[in-house]
Design a binder for this molecule. Structure first.
Ligand code: ADP
Ligand code: ASP
Ligand code: MG
Length: 399
């Protein structure tokens, strides 16, 4: 079998952990498999490098940021290759460039455009384990790019696609995908299987166990994606194209702490105004999420929306650039709680149970948005984890 494995930050967080990963990899190789192993930086390393950069600049140059951030993964990939060779297992470490990973030019959130599989295939033919530094590639100018936070998951899935691997295994510090973050709700249940669509919603709504773009790509390429723990040998969670025909209505609850709310007051209540505001934001690559517009008075309306917290400054600057005479307020002290399930499509009363459950706890809902398979609410940050737990109970997800 050709297996692509990815080990996240905690799985390679110490030298002992890297040693234990090397032993796991060698054992798989000794069973006769071909392996490509994608690694993250040691846990906390990427955040540390960001803090270093922020010591010098509030808005560090994006190209230089990528040079800096890609270093974390370079360290773990070479250390793992050294450890493997020492165990008598032939191995070679590749940077993103050496692994043939070509991206577009959007530094710090680049998209993969193409992977040249030849260097990896050649090394595999020589019987080597290929260890790839995740989260990075190069652009057409030969500059290093990175793929956005959590991007090593995406590297692994893309490589699995390019090499036509039999399976892509994502190793992390929990046993798989749970009904909600097991660190928030210890009663959360591990799922044996989850559909690409539900996983994509959960990941996009804050469940960082898988990066959302990696799930999107796995769905597109129909890749066998499995999430497992690198700390034990328990069965993980299979992310699959199979749709559940029956069973749970709700598959999980996600909490997104990286949200901020922007309110724009006194916008002209006439056609084209929202278009102008949101075009400005999208031109600046700001991801706008929930949007509400209040009924206007005297030709004016209020517009509210959410953006990722780390894009708030950029959003406020963009609105300033518009130079209109509306007033802008923002609030970072909020979180988004989302309930996800394909079964929602065919069941009523799902939303009202969420609202009454939150009301019983005295948790005020600031914004609501729904789709066929999810309900999201914005609440005050201090209630986020409580909201997750009471909703998990209300939908009996522990069962
Ligand atoms: P890695 O460093 O391996 O990429 P991450 O920290 O990015 O790991 O993702 C794993 C973490 O995701 C877990 O430790 C857990 O706290 C969190 N998590 C959030 N939602 C879920 C969920 N529904 N199921 C499992 N883990 C979740
Ligand atoms: N090291 C990067 C991050 O912390 C990428 C990853 O871990 O997937 O975001
Ligand atoms: Mg991760």
């Amino acid at each position: 079998m050709l297996i692509v494995q990815k080990y996240g930050g905690t799985s390679v967080g110490t030298l002992e952990r890297i040693d234990s990963v090397a032993q796991r990899v060698k054992a798989k190789k000794d069973e006769g498999n071909a392996l490509v192993v994608v690694v993250s930086a040691m846990s906390g390393e990427t955040n540390k490098l960001i803090e270093f950069a922020e010591h010098f600049s509030k808005n560090p140059n994006a190209r230089e940021m990528d040079m800096l951030l890609s270093a974390g993964e370079r360290v773990t990939s070479s250390l793992l290759a050294i450890a493997l060779i020492e165990l008598g297992c032939p191995a070679i470490a590749f940077s993103g460039r050496q692994a043939g990973m070509l991206t577009d030019n959007f530094h710090t959130k680049a998209k993969i455009e193409h992977i040249d599989p030849k260097p990896m295939q050649d090394a595999l033919k020589e019987g080597k384990v290929v260890v790839v530094a995740g989260f990075q590639g190069i652009n057409e100018f030969g500059d290093v790019t990175t793929l956005g936070r959590g991007g090593s998951d995406l590297s692994a899935v893309a490589i699995a696609g390019a090499l036509n691997a039999d399976v892509c295994e994502i190793y992390t510090d929990v046993d798989g995908v749970y009904t909600t973050d097991p660190r928030i709700e210890p009663k959360a249940k591990k799922l044996d299987k989850i559909s690409y669509d539900e996983m994509l919603e959960l990941a996009s709504l804050g469940a960082k166990v898988l990066q959302n773009r990696s799930v999107e790509l796995a769905k597109k390429l129909n890749i066998n994606l499995v999430t497992k723990s690198s700390f034990n040998n328990n069965e993980g969670t299979l992310i699959t194209g199979e749709k559940k025909m029956e069973g749970a209505i709700i598959s999980g609850i996600a909490l997104d702490k990286n949200q901020a709310r922007v309110t724009v007051r006194n916008v002209d209540d006439k056609p084209g105004v929202a278009a102008k505001i949101f075009k400005e934001l999208s031109d600046k690559e700001i991801n706008v999420d929930m949007i509400i517009q209040n009924v206007g008075h005297d030709g004016n309306a209020n517009l509210g929306f959410t953006v990722p917290q780390n894009e708030l400054h950029k959003a406020l600057d963009a609105l300033k650039d518009l130079g209109d005479n509306f007033s802008v307020e923002s609030d970072s002290d909020i979180v988004k709680v989302s309930i996800v399930g394909i079964g929602m499509k065919s069941h009523s009363g799902i939303a009202s149970l969420a609202f009454s459950t939150l009301a019983k706890e005295g948790i005020n809902i600031q914004m609501i948005s729904t789709s066929e398979i999810r309900i999201s609410v914005i609440v005050e940050a201090k209630y986020g984890e409580l909201a997750v737990r009471v909703l998990h109970d209300a939908y009996e997800l522990y069962k």
